[in-house]
Design a protein around this ligand. Structure first.
Ligand code: IPE
Ligand code: IPE
Ligand code: MG
Length: 236
């Protein structure tokens, strides 16, 4: 059977801590191992012909975690960005990000910018990392930018429709996710892509992110293929 490959897959990579704790290891080991899953899943998505992959790496709310865990995560993103640059280039991946990056440590911002610039001309899969991202803040930021343009006289309030509003989001060219995957059996959105997920198919895996591999992704794609997307209309 020929599978319909979702054009945009978004993933809430969850369960790093639980995976580590179940093996009597520190949560940090779970995050480290999670980076291996990012590599495997990114490569597989590129191979399958997925057009866009969006990964939730750090939420606006994750600052509430212990300082040591947050610092470790920041250093891990820095290391990931340096180490995986070759992999990104070899797979012709164009790397972008969403989120309020301006408050991230300088060493993370620097590596993000380098990876974005280096891969800007790549023509393969678009890989978007959500880091210091929150859906509510994204919508609020968009509203502020539109309001500023109204104030400046560039737009009238009545110009606003869904299509125009979407242009003020962090990555206006991003299509809405077709499939949202969340790992570690958690059935919530946790402030991810609130605008863009309106009609995405949601699939939850019991597998914790550090163990999530190609075969699990395939299960998600198979489940997606069983869904009937209606967008509010009737089944055709
Ligand atoms: C996801 O794993 C990684 C981040 C949120 C950065 P968690 O760290 O949330 O793992 P659990 O949910 O505690 O198991
Ligand atoms: C969502 O996971 C954020 C990321 C995966 C980066 P969390 O583990 O932070 O979400 P909650 O707190 O369980 O909702
Ligand atoms: Mg979690």
């Amino acid at each position: 059977m020929d599978l319909d490959i979702p054009r945009h897959i978004a993933i809430i990579m969850d369960g790093n801590g639980r995976w580590a704790e179940s093996r009597r290891q520190s949560r940090i080991r779970g995050h480290e191992q999670g980076a291996e899953s990012v590599r495997a899943i990114t490569r597989e998505c590129a191979r399958l012909g997925v057009e866009q992959l969006t990964l939730y790496a750090f939420s606006n709310e994750n600052w509430k975690r212990p300082r040591a865990e947050v610092s470790f995560l920041m250093r891990l993103y820095q290391r990931y960005l340096i180490k995986e640059r070759k992999e990104i280039m070899d797979n012709n991946i164009r790397f972008i990000n969403i989120g309020r990056t301006e408050v991230l440590p300088g060493y993370v911002q620097k590596e993000l910018q380098k990876t974005i610039a280096m891969s800007a001309e790549n023509t393969g899969m678009l890989m978007c990392v959500a880091i210091n991202y929150g859906g509510r803040v994204e919508i609020m930021d968009a509203a502020k930018r539109f309001a500023a343009e109204v104030k400046a006289g560039t737009h009238e309030v009545d110009d606003l429709d869904e299509e125009l509003f979407a242009k003020y989001l962090y990555q206006p060219s991003m299509r809405d996710p077709d499939l949202l995957i969340r790992t570690a059996d958690e059935m919530r959105i946790s402030n991810f892509l609130l605008w863009q997920l309106s009609y995405s198919e949601i699939w939850v895996s019991p597998i914790c992110w550090p163990e999530f591999r190609e075969e699990h992704l395939m299960k998600g794609i198979e489940a997606y293929n069983q869904r009937i997307r209606k967008f509010g209309a009737l089944k055709t």
